[in-house]
Every structure is written in structure tokens, then in C-alpha cells.
Design a binder for this molecule. Structure first.
Ligand code: NAD
Length: 354
């Protein structure tokens, strides 16, 4: 029986990098059935809706979703509900109940020389667990008042939302160093006070994982000062968005990092949406300059979390490292002495390594 994967390329470089991820996944398994659908600005252009019903139906009928990226300057002035990021991707995450975003930030061995930490005696290998469907990105009201001169966003968290993301964080920490840093802004925000209260109670019931708390401004600083101190960072939506992008720059490029957005666990596997952490990069779209590695590693995460295929996932990771060891580089990670390759050439090289 085939496994159904919905592929939403999206906008800008999204379709370019997703095509390479699909190619590599097909190289690992022959039982995957890919179906494409529109999401984001391209969907708005075609149907007037950044998340058409057919797309949502396809995702719901699939075992996992592979997404490129959405958005671009062309759609920035649309009202919120029609914008690719809000009416498309944020709505999709909410409709699919994808409340946990898992974002590894890991320095790939062949790129150690390019990392700012090369002389520090260690390599960054951390995971940010970001709550994805609550907080200020979803709170109501979100509006303008006073003839457009006052803007309002609302940050809301419930105990249940914090508990279920804490559970994911603790599960991930158990597979790693059994230590988790919970990040909040508890000296200022009421939502952060509840966050810390709930995580502290959860930690008391789960003493096998040790937990420390850190304020988000300190965490942003510590990630630069001493990133090796972190293993698992658990945090709310907006803080996680910013901290994981910061962590990604320590590893070299936005173009290298995958992510998984997960729903409730079903046994040992879980429904999820897998996407690179970068955006649609309109500045390089259509030029075959985008780095497809983040999308390809998102495919590896899909195998691991949604299909429970550890071996297939590890094969993709090894193929990526091997292509990099051969000195192949897309423009964003290019170093002297390496060979500059296009998006497609990088995908082909990784496929060949399988
Ligand atoms: P971005 O991630 O698209 O680009 C930031 C910089 O990184 C650019 O210089 C870009 O060329 C480079 N870059 C990104 N991915 C790359 C890759 N794979 N290979 C090589 N270089 C890469 O962020 P941005 O410019 O702030 O946003 C552009 C658009 O993407 C906006 O409309 C934004 O809303 C949207 N966006 C979407 C998502 C998503 O779909 N999940 C995430 C972030 C931004």
C-alpha cells in the first residue's frame, strides 16, 4: 500500500527546493505517492484563496505534507486573511492542528570550517521546540483602530496548550541529553508567567528530565556567547520563531535547516508537515541558486517522524554530508576551493550518493 504525501511547493524558491526533496525521497522509497496542490500566493492568484479547500482536503487525506515556502512582496499589501503567510500557512497549521514545531540546528560536519564556532572545540547540535498554534500570531483581536493609527495584537496561552507542547519537549529531551531549557519572558508577560508555572509543574511530574528556565533576551545572547550549552530549547511561538532563526545562522545558512510541525502522536508515528525553515527567498527565486538541503532534510524528518523510518532518514542525512564532503556548494554556503552547483545539481548529487 502506498503512502500518500501532499506536496505544496508554494511560492518563490519553494517549488524549486521541494522538487529536489521529492526526487531524493523517491530515491529512498518506492512506496510514496506524491500529489501536488497550491498553497500561498500561487493559490491566491489561481483561486482567490491562499488555502483552497482542495488543498486542505488533500492534506487531510495524506499521511504527511511536504511544503516549500509561501509569500512574497507581491502579496504583502493584501488583507491578513488573504496573505500567503497568514491565510495560507498559518491557517494550514491551525486547520491540521500542527501545534509542535521541531527545529534542529546542527552543524553539518563538512561545513564545520564555515561555522563561527570552528575553534570552540565542539559542534552545535540543538533542537528548538516551538509552540506553533498559540500566542501572539493567533490571538484575537488583531486589528487597527483610531483610523489605522493604533495597531493591536493579542497574546493568549492556555494551560492545555502549554502542557501538550511541554510533553513534546520532554519526549525529545528523553531521546537526547535529558535536559531542557524552557524560555519565556516571565518578568514581563502574563502568558510567560503561566508558561513557567505549567512547565515547572510538568517537570515535577517528570523528574527524569532536568529543566532550567531562561528569559528570552538572555537566551538570544547565550546562543551567541555559548551555544554548546543548549540541547533542547522549549519555547512559545514568537520566541521560537526568532531563536530558531538565530540558531540557524550559527550553523551557516538558512538553506540548511529543516523543520517538522507535528500533531498528536498516533502510536510511534505522527501526522506532520515538513518544511525548510527559510522563506520563499524572492531575491533568488527562479535562478536555480537556492540551497535545497533544508528541503531535502525536511524529507528526512518526514521519514523519521511520520513513517518511523529511521534508516531511510539516516540514509538521506548521510547522502547530504557525503555530497558536501565532495566539496559541492550552492552559492549561499560557497567557500574557496569548493565547486559551485545549482539547486538541481545539488539534488542530483545527493540522489547519486544514495
Ligand atoms: P527568506 O528566508 O526567504 O530569505 C532570507 C535570506 O536568506 C535571503 O537573502 C534569501 O536569498 C536567503 N535564503 C533563504 N533560503 C535560502 C536557500 N534555500 N538557499 C539560499 N539562500 C536562501 O526570508 P525573507 O526574505 O524575510 O522572506 C521572504 C518571503 O518569505 C516573505 O514573503 C516572508 O513572509 C516569507 N517567509 C515564508 C516562510 C514560510 O513559508 N515558512 C518563512 C519565512 C518567510
Amino acid at each position: 500500500m502506498s503512502i500518500k504525501i501532499a506536496v505544496l511547493g508554494g511560492d518563490g524558491i519553494g517549488p524549486e527546493v521541494t522538487a529536489e526533496a521529492v526526487k531524493v525521497l523517491q530515491g529512498v522509497r518506492s512506496d510514496l505517492e506524491f500529489s501536488t496542490a497550491l498553497c500561498g500566493g500561487c493559490a491566491y492568484e489561481a483561486t482567490g484563496d491562499p488555502l483552497p479547500k482542495e488543498t486542505l482536503d488533500l492534506c487531510r487525506a495524506s499521511d504527511a505534507v511536504l511544503l516549500g515556502a509561501v509569500g512574497g512582496p507581491k502579496w504583502d499589501k493584501l488583507e491578513a486573511a488573504l496573505r500567503p503567510e497568514i491565510g495560507g500557512l498559518l491557517r494550514l497549521r491551525r486547520e491540521l492542528n500542527l501545534f509542535a514545531n521541531v527545529r534542529p540546528a546542527k552543524v553539518l560536519r563538512p561545513l564545520l570550517q564555515a561555522s563561527p564556532l570552528k575553534n570552540n572545540g565542539g559542534t552545535i547540535d540543538l533542537i528548538v521546540i516551538r509552540e506553533l498554534t498559540g500566542g501572539i500570531y493567533f490571538g484575537e483581536p488583531r486589528e487597527r483602530r483610531d483610523n489605522g493609527n493604533t495597531a493591536i495584537d493579542t497574546c493568549v496561552y492556555t494551560r492545555a496548550e502549554i502542557e501538550r507542547i511541554a510533553e513534546v519537549g520532554f519526549q525529545v529531551a528523553r531521546q537526547r541529553s535529558k535536559h531542557l531549557v524552557s524560555v519565556d519572558k516571565n518578568n514581563v508577560l502574563e502568558t510567560s508567567r503561566l508558561w513557567r508555572e505549567v512547565v515547572t509543574e510538568f517537570a515535577a511530574r517528570n523528574p527524569d528530565v532536568s529543566v532550567s528556565h531562561m528569559l528570552v533576551d538572555n537566551c538570544a545572547m547565550q546562543l551567541i556567547r555559548d551555544p554548546l550549552q543548549f540541547d533542547v530549547i522549549l519555547t512559545e511561538n514568537m520566541f521560537g520563531d526568532i531563536l530558531s532563526d538565530e540558531a540557524s545562522m550559527l550553523t551557516g545558512s538558512l538553506g540548511l535547516l529543516p523543520s517538522a510541525s507535528l500533531s498528536e502522536m498516533k502510536g510511534s508515528t505522527v501526522f506532520g508537515l515538513y518544511e525548510p525553515i527559510h522563506g520563499s527567498a524572492p531575491d533568488i527565486a527562479g535562478q536555480s541558486r537556492a540551497n535545497p538541503i533544508a528541503a531535502i532534510l525536511s524529507g528526512a524528518m518526514l521519514l523519521l517522524y511520520s513513517l518511523g523510518d529511521k534508516k531511510g532518514s539516516a540514509r538521506i542525512e548521510a547522502a547530504v554530508e557525503s555530497a558536501l564532503e565532495d566539496g559541492l556548494r550552492t552559492a549561499d554556503i560557497f567557500e574557496n576551493g569548493c565547486k559551485l552547483v545549482s539547486t538541481i545539481e545539488m539534488g542530483d548529487a545527493i540522489l547519486a550518493k544514495l
